[in-house]
Every structure is written in C-alpha cells, then in structure tokens.
Design a protein around this ligand. Structure first.
Ligand code: HEC
Length: 142
C-alpha cells in the first residue's frame, strides 16, 4: 500500500513538471513570429530582410533598432513616417564617414533631407548603439 501511494505521488510530480516546461517554453518564444510579415511581397523578388537575415550586422542592428524605437517611424522597404531603410541605403554609400554623419543626425535629429517631417533627436541613446543601427541600415542595399 505504501509503495502504490508513493508511485502515485511520483506520477503527479512528473506530470506537473512536464506541464511547467511546456507552458514556459511556449510563452517565451511568442515574440519571434513577428519578423516574417512579408506575405504581401511578390514571390519573385526576395525581401531585403531575407537577403541579409544571416548577416551579423543585420542581426545586431535590427534588434537594437527595435529596442531604440526606430521601428515606430522606419520600415525596411516601406516609407512610413521616415524614409525606408532601403531608401537611406540607396542614397548613402556604406563608408565610415557616412556612418558617422548619419549617427550624429539620428542623435541630434534631422529635417529637410527627405522632406518637411523632422526626425526627433535621440540624445539618450548610446553612440555605439546608434552606429550599430546605422551600419545595419546602410547594409540594406538591393
Ligand atoms: C518620430 C519618427 C522617427 C523616429 C522614432 C526615428 N526616425 Fe529616423 N527619420 C524620421 C524622419 C521623418 C526622417 C527624415 C528626416 C529628414 O528629412 O531629414 C528620418 C531620417 C532618418 C535617417 C536618414 C537621415 C539623413 O540624413 O538622410 C536615418 C539614418 C534614420 N532616420 C535613422 C533612424 C534611427 C536609427 C532611429 C532610431 C534610433 C530613428 N531614425 C528614429 C523619423 C523618425
């Protein structure tokens, strides 16, 4: 009788462990799915995100851009409030001078380069982090 009782307790413990693992796993990976929203893109042309997604510059820069809130106004291939990153990459060569220039414009804010809508200053951001994002932006050439 004693052994049956402890076996039953053991089963309950195993079952609740399995439940805890399953629950924790699924909730932590839910944010991963938001990156692949290119269903409306024509099948023939590869998106820039697909083209560069394995590049370490892309990986580092895109997550920093999300953290810093750049994604509220910029998308990779579509103009929203600010120019698309692809348009910025087409306009500027990927040189150390341009990385420095654009990094300082992001930190100080800018207006007039793309139209009447200003980009606000981002004085709270770390210069290295902004550089990481700008290098990612300039990578996104077609
Ligand atoms: C509130 C909206 C907004 C946010 C947030 C924002 N931008 Fe912009 N961004 C703009 C607008 C508008 C322009 C065009 C400014 C202009 O015409 O000079 C722009 C322009 C740019 C340019 C091109 C500058 C040039 O001189 O050609 C870069 C690079 C850029 N943004 C990067 C970033 C990065 C990196 C972040 C995040 C740290 C960011 N932006 C956040 C609105 C925004």
């Amino acid at each position: 009788m004693k052994t049956i009782k402890s076996m039953a307790l053991g089963m309950v413990a195993i079952a609740s462990l399995a439940y805890a693992c399953g629950g924790g796993g699924s909730s932590s990976s839910s944010s991963e799915t938001t990156t692949s929203t290119s269903s409306s893109a024509p099948a023939a042309s590869q998106s820039l995100e697909d083209k560069y997604k394995d590049d370490p510059v892309f990986v580092a820069g895109s997550s920093k851009a999300k953290e810093a809130g750049c994604t509220a106004c910029h998308m990779v291939e579509r103009k929203i409030v600010g120019p698309s990153y692809a348009d910025v990459a087409a306009k500027y060569d990927n040189t150390p001078e341009n990385v420095e220039l654009l990094t300082s414009r992001v930190i100080k804010g800018n207006v007039g380069e793309w139209g009447e809508v200003p980009m606000p200053a981002h004085p709270h951001l770390d210069t290295d982090d902004v550089e990481t994002i700008v290098k990612y932006v300039l990578l996104l050439k077609k």
